[in-house]
Every structure is written in C-alpha cells, then in structure tokens.
Ligand binder design. Structure first.
Ligand code: KIV
Ligand code: ZN
Length: 498
C-alpha cells in the first residue's frame, strides 16, 4: 500500500478565520488531539506574522513529540530566520516557504516577472535549507498558474533542495479534472519529481476541495493539506475527515494513512467548540446528521443490515451509538466519561460537581442530553467566572403585544436593571443590555441553532459584536433561546467591557 501523508493546517490556514482565533493553551490542546489522531505534520503557524503566532510555534514545538512541526514563511529571509527560531524546540521540524506563481500574483501582487520569481523561490529554499533539512515549497495560486511555468518552478525548487512541493489551489478555482491534469503534468514533466513529495492544498470556494485533493492523490500527490471540519478562510480548506474516510472506504486505491479514524469525531467536536465554529448538521462524516437515518425505508434497511444504507460504520469515526444518551438517571461517572471524550479530561472533582448539578437541572427539563448540551454546560460553568452576568430576565412577547424585556445584570457584584421594548423579545432584551452597558457596539453576526430536533431542545447562539473597530465573539446555550441570545451578547461584551 502507498502511504499518504496528512499535513494538518487547522492551526494555521484554519485559524485565519475571523472570530476563530485560539490562545496558545487552546492551540496546544488542539495540537495534542491532532497528534493522537495520527497526523504526520502539524502546521503550527506563521511566526513572523505576530508575536502570538511566534510564541505558539515555540510552545507547540515543545509540547508535541511525534508529528513534524511546520512553520509558514514568505520567500523572505527574515521570515525564514524567525520561523527557524520559533522551531528551535521541535523534535522534527519543517519550514514551509513559497511565493505566488500565477500571472495575477506575479504582476499584480509581486510586481515582478516569471524569471525573477524562479530566482526568489530557489533562493528562499536554499536559505531555509541552511536551518532545516525538511523544506516545503508552496507555489501560491498554482491552481491558476500555467502548467508549463509551474513545472519550471517545481523543478528549480526541488533542485534547490525542497523535500515537499505544495501545489495550492489558493482560490478554489480548479475543477477536479483541471487539478488532476496539473498534478499529472508535473509528475510527467518535472525530471527530478521523484526527489520530492507532491502535496495538495485545495480551498473550497466552489465546493470542490475534497474532490480536487482526491484528484491530486489519484495522479501521484502523496501529501494532502487539510483542516479539521474543513475550517478555513472563506469557504474553507479540504476537510481531513472527508479525505481520510474517502481513502479508507475506497480500498481499491490501495493507499493508507496513519489516521486513527476512531478519534475523528472527538477531534471534530474539540475544534468546533474551541474555535466557535458550529459544524453544519449535514456535513459529511462529522455532521450530526451524517449517520442519522430518518426515512422509514432507510431505518428498516439499516436494521436489516447496516451496509444497505451506510458506507461507513459510525464506530469507525468514533461515534459509539450506545453511549449517546445521557439522562437524568446518569451518574457523575457517566458525565465525567463523556466530558473526557469531548476533550475536557482535566476537570477537578469540584468543577465536576458544579457541572453535574447544572446537568441534572437540564436533564430535568430535557429528555436526553447530547454532546452539544454537555459542551454548552461547560461554557455555562465558565460564565460563572465572567465579570458581567445576566441575573434576571423577563420578556413579554407574542402576537399583537408590545415586545418588552426587563432584565437585571450583575456587573462585578453590582446590580443594574432596565426595561426596553423592541421588534421581538431578543431585540428588546439586547436593547436593555445596551442601555445598561452604554458602549457604542453593534451586532455583526447572530446565529441561533437548535442542537437536536425536539421543542425541548437546547438552543446555541453564536454572536459577533463590533466595538471600537474590532470584532468580539460570544457564545451561549440554553433551553430558552432569548436567555441564550442575551447571554451570548454578554459573553462578547465581557471580552471588551471589563
Ligand atoms: O492557500 C494557499 O495558497 C496557502 C499557502 C500559503 C500555502 O495557504
Ligand atoms: Zn491555503
């Protein structure tokens, strides 16, 4: 079997999404999850871009043992110096350097010409080689780069010492047939291609990232650059779980990865929670409906034989159907076990007791408790430590009545009350909060999601609030969506108003 290397860029390309930034502690948590998932390479950041990124690469390098730690640079000497410094503690390290190769990038962005770009690419690889043996080169916007010129660049950087060459479809423009032809062209026309691994890096702007990556693999690429849940700027990157499960399901490809697929589900949950990025319910592999059969014909067929309607056994991605339902009769041990599978394993007895009490209260109102409820409870517990808290809320709403909200907020122990009206209960409540907080802020994004399907469900609210030119993110969950909305708003406000 041929080996496909999994290069995870959740913490670099994935983390570029506005509102999804992680602190270093959270990045280490994700990196450790990626390590136990079995990824080969972790792209830890772009060290020259900020002191925060620099520091994260240092800390991840110290914390991670097995995967290669990779740092991104432009084809600029100072970037490479900074990346090499950030990687000093990595047990296995790689510098990922590169430059734009499409006509758009060469002329409009770099104000250069094709010959000079080849020179700069070669110089960057040679410079990076002074620090590390493992140098990956990316030809930015390779998707829109003419194949003949791309082959010239690839040949030159391999000659300069590149061990991996990344062919990004930066704008997500290619059709699978174009991308397949591109990789095939390189495999057939670059004389030294056998000296390097060719890597795919596909963006999902036209919904074809996974298809393009698989097309690249079918034509000889042996590294794939991916993110958990396909997160990333705009429409995102190629989803790790999709490529890995496609390869695993199609045995005829005769390709294997090192991914422990049973860890996919928990890793997906961890990334979604920490990055405040809900997974769409119908998302392949990790959406909550990915294995839910609702039609009678399908249910009947699956009961007779799972393979009638399922190409993947849910257990293969870590969904253990027997452990899904937690109820009011579940004990602390069951809750603790579930928290651990969701990535919260270092919870003290005292914290567990606190969450357990909230869990029992919720279980009293709701028939069964799912993973999202548990994660929401974790978030609720964190709210207790917030300076600004919702103390009391009453709303009057319905048809042909004035929508009015009265609420009380606790700001560092002092209580403030206000009543406001609006075009609905949420609007009225938020106006009341704004009246108390008295800052110039505006809501930029507001998303309410039900977690399961029943009317007793927990609603999750994600909100983005603009204040002083910056966006602050808030999240809350509650069986009452008005309360969840106000708490999500307050969660965001807590990030700048204290
Ligand atoms: O999409 C892209 O081209 C990239 C490169 C910087 C690797 O993310
Ligand atoms: Zn990218």
């Amino acid at each position: 079997m041929d080996r496909l290397y999994i290069f995870d860029t959740t913490l670099r390309d994935g983390e570029q999404v506005p509102g999804c930034q992680l602190n270093t502690v959270e990045k280490i948590e994700v990196a450790k999850a990626l390590e136990s998932l079995g990824v080969d390479v972790i792209e830890a950041g772009f060290p020259v871009s900020s002191p925060g990124d620099f520091n994260s690469v240092i800390e991840l390098s110290k914390a991670i043992t097995w995967p290669v730690i990779c740092a991104l640079t432009r084809a600029v000497e100072n970037d490479i110096d900074v990346a090499a410094e950030a990687l000093q503690y990595a047990k296995r390290r790689r510098i990922h350097t590169g430059i734009g190769t499409s006509v758009y990038h060469i002329t409009n962005k770099l104000n250069s010409n094709p010959d000079e770009i080849v020179e700069r690419a070669v110089a960057a690889v040679k410079y990076a080689k002074k620090y590390v043996e493992d140098v990956e080169f990316y030809a930015e916007d390779a998707g829109r780069t003419e194949n003949e010129y791309l082959a010239r660049v690839v040949e030159a950087v391999i000659k300069a010492g590149a061990t991996v060459v990344n062919i990004p479809d930066t704008t997500g423009y290619c059709f699978p047939s174009d991308y397949a032809a591109k990789i095939k062209y390189l495999m057939e026309n670059v004389s030294n291609i056998h000296k390097a691994v060719i890597s795919t890096h596909c963006h999902n702007d036209l919904g074809m990232a996974t298809a393009n990556s698989l097309a690249g693999i079918a034509n000889g690429a042996r590294q794939v650059e991916v993110t958990i849940n396909g997160i990333g700027e705009r429409a995102g990157n190629t989803a790790l779980e999709e490529v890995v499960m496609a390869i695993k399901s199609h045995k005829e490809l005769d390709i294997e990865t090192n991914i422990h697929t049973q860890k996919i589900w928990e890793t997906s949950k961890l990334v979604s929670t920490l990055m405040n990025m809900p997974v769409q319910p119908n998302k392949a592999i990790v959406g909550r409906n990915a294995f839910a059969h609702s039609s009678g014909i399908h249910q009947d067929g699956v009961l007779k034989n799972r393979e009638n309607y399922e190409i993947i056994d849910p257990k293969d991605v870590g969904i253990d159907e027997n452990s899904i339902v937690l109820t009011a009769r579940s004990g602390r041990a069951a809750l603790k076990h579930r928290l651990a599978t969701l990535g919260a394993s270092d919870i003290s007895q005292e914290k567990l007791d606190e969450i357990y009490q909230q869990f029992l209260r919720l279980a009293d109102r709701k028939k069964s408790i799912g993973d999202s409820d548990i994660l929401a409870l974790l978030g609720e517990r964190e709210n207790v430590q917030k300076k600004i808290k919702l103390d009391y809320l009453q709303v009057l709403c319905g048809k042909r009545v004035r929508q009015v909200a009265t609420l009380r907020i606790d700001i560092a122990g002092e209580k403030f009350e206000h009543t406001a009206s609006g075009n609905g209960p949420v609007d009225a409540s938020i106006k009341a909060v704004k009246n108390i907080i008295q800052r110039q802020m505006s809501i930029q994004e507001f998303l309410i999601q039900a977690i399961t399907r029943g009317s007793d469900d927990v609603g999750k609210v994600h909100i983005q609030v603009e204040y002083n030119g910056k966006i602050y993110y808030g999240f809350a969950a509650n069986t009452d969506i008005v309360t969840a909305s106000v708490e999500a708003f307050i969660d965001a406000v807590n990030k700048f108003a204290i």
